[in-house]
Design a protein around this ligand. Structure first.
Ligand SMILES: Nc1nc2c(c(=O)[nH]1)N[C@H]1C(S)=C(S)[C@@H](COP(=O)(O)O)O[C@H]1N2
Ligand SMILES: [Mo]
Length: 310
């Protein structure tokens, strides 16, 4: 069979919808719905559907289409159905947006998105995003390095970590009515990871604003880590001397560690991480150490055992 045949021609749409519905039902029946999007093998991939932009990442991989990027999302505050996030988030208010920066900093404050963009002019960064479920995309963000904001607020010498918190707004986020997730979503980075130039606060997508399903008002993008580290809809950033608790580590500590660096040699307990499916492609690709950013980031982990610090 040719590897060029799009998956839509092999699996008719009605067939994969049926399979998806079956998987959802199976997850609920087994009590496994809690872990569905970050703990099951990938759901069927939507076929490539709109023209390529001509944008590529630094390896020459083509950017995914705007349509793919904004219609296949992990965003549990809305739903665990990746193809349902776009519709459920379409009226979610992302403007105005404010972020509180607090904790171990000399200049704490609450900043409006407009002021952040003025102080830290966004640039285009085309990054690979690799979900722990083993699908990936190439996404052209606009954003500014988190380091730029951190330098402005001046972490004290005691600060060792950065904690991020998403918005809690159950009246607009139906998934937050699910009581078994520890809302709000939270994530964390070591301070040196947070200060790395690749670590982005994204404020736009494909030259436009950042749509709700992609994490608007503002979201983190850490391209060498599994996608769940790239927390969406951030309202609070806190500098601390304690390693922050993270949502996925809290729910399933043996499956999701604090570091979550993309590593094809360290399997998830329930599936291999050696390969991945790039959305819009049919055959699988090899997963790259640190998602292909090893040259830039491996020094951060020089004296760490990556199989223990997963
Ligand atoms: N607040 C919040 N951030 C989140 C998530 C989420 O459910 N809630 N999902 C994460 C996961 S598992 C992935 S793979 C990426 C997906 O980003 P995308 O939908 O923009 O591709 O967002 C991450 N950030
Ligand atoms: Mo993910």
């Amino acid at each position: 069979m040719s590897a060029k045949i799009p998956s839509s021609e092999i699996t008719p749409k009605h067939a994969y919808l049926t399979r998806r519905d079956f998987m959802k039902a199976a997850g609920l029946a087994a009590g496994g719905a809690i872990l569905a999007a970050c703990a099951t093998p990938p759901a069927p991939t939507p076929a490539p559907s709109n023209p390529q932009s001509g944008k590529t990442d630094e390896r020459g991989d083509p950017a995914n289409t705007y349509e793919d990027i904004t219609n296949y999302n992990n965003y549990y505050e809305f739903t665990t159905d990746k193809e349902g996030v776009a519709r459920l988030s379409q009226n979610f208010p992302t403007d105005p947006w404010q972020v509180e920066v607090t904790g171990m900093v000399r200049n704490p404050g609450t900043f409006g998105l407009e002021d952040l963009i003025k102080a830290h002019p966004p640039q285009e960064r085309i990054y690979r995003l690799r979900c722990v479920e083993a699908w990936s995309m190439v996404i052209p963000w606009q954003g500014f390095p988190l380091a730029s904001l951190l330098r402005a607020v001046e972490p004290t010498s005691a600060a060792k970590y950065v904690r991020f918190q998403s918005i809690y707004q159950p009246q607009n986020m139906p998934g937050q009515k699910e009581p078994w997730y520890p809302w709000p979503y939270q994530e964390g980075l070591r301070l040196d990871e947070a200060m790395h130039d690749l670590t982005l606060l994204a404020t736009g997508l494909y030259g436009g604003e950042l749509p709700a399903q992609s994490g608007g008002g503002i979201r983190l993008v850490v391209p060498w880590k599994y996608g769940f580290k790239s927390i969406k809809a951030i309202v609070k950033i806190e500098l601390t001397d304690q390693q922050p608790q993270t949502l996925w580590n809290e729910i399933a500590p043996h499956e999701y560690g604090f570091y979550a660096n993309v590593n094809p040699a360290v399997d998830h307990p329930r599936w291999s991480q050696a390969t991945e499916r790039r959305i819009g492609e049919f055959s699988r690709r090899d997963t790259l150490l640190f998602n292909g950013y090893a040259e830039e980031v491996s020094h951060l982990y020089a004296d760490m055992d990556l199989t223990q610090n997963y």
